[in-house]
Design a protein around this ligand. Structure first.
Ligand code: GRF
Length: 196
């Protein structure tokens, strides 16, 4: 399967996907990486792996690039923009997102990056985690594919918590993309079933 990855920043989730395609864990190839930030380190990561890396902010141009590359699966990996409904409808249930909390907690408008972990700590939650989900018109509201948990420690800061959650993100994102490429994900309305 041809995978397109959208990023805005460091691209550690992108790197995890690239590595998993090289190891064969993901039966697909990352064909194009698109960033809405010109200085995103993730673009350098893509180029280092000889992957077409493009800086683009116009959503209709992004859709055209994805179509030209015959992309079968789009992964939003630290992509800090809400994509609009015609983008979602062009690629129904072919877009997955990774969010650094247990949706439906600490998600939606304004909850991204370290803000998520700071909110978890400020609230006093004892567990947090990460969620992989299909993207629908809302912000972090699509059908959930996979989640895993991280316990919050009393001495945690947003940074220390982010580090442990990021590790889980990479794990569940790779497993979700791998299952998708093996056509083992089955969406029925809001629910996602894994047929192993
Ligand atoms: C991180 O906050 C991560 O939790 C979220 O996007 C941000 C950047 O991730 N998915 P990455 O290192 O650019 O993949």
């Amino acid at each position: 399967l041809n995978i397109g990855v959208l990023i805005s920043g460091g691209g550690t989730n992108l790197q995890a996907i690239i590595d998993a395609t090289l190891s064969g864990e993901i039966k697909g190839n990352v064909k194009v990486v698109i960033s809405n930030k010109e200085d995103a380190y993730g673009l350098k990561r893509a180029r280092k792996s000889n992957i077409n890396a493009i800086y683009e902010t116009n959503e209709s141009n992004i859709i055209n690039i994805l179509k030209e590359n015959k992309i079968d699966l789009i992964v939003l990996a630290g992509y800090l923009k809400i994509i609009n409904s015609n983008f979602v409808n062009e690629f129904k249930n072919k877009i997955i997102n990774i969010h650094p909390s247990l949706i439906p907690s600490f998600c939606g408008q304004g909850y991204y990056g370290e803000k998520v972990h700071q909110a978890v700590i400020d609230y006093g939650s004892k567990i947090t985690g990460a969620t992989v989900h299909f993207v629908d018109e809302g912000a972090d509201t699509g059908p959930i594919i996979m989640q895993d948990v991280v316990r919050v420690r009393e001495n945690d800061t947003a940074k220390s918590l982010a580090k442990r959650v990021l590790k889980i993100e990479h794990e569940i994102l790779i497993r979700s993309v791998s299952l998708y490429c093996e056509k083992k994900l089955n969406v029925q309305d809001r629910r996602v079933f894994i047929n192993e």
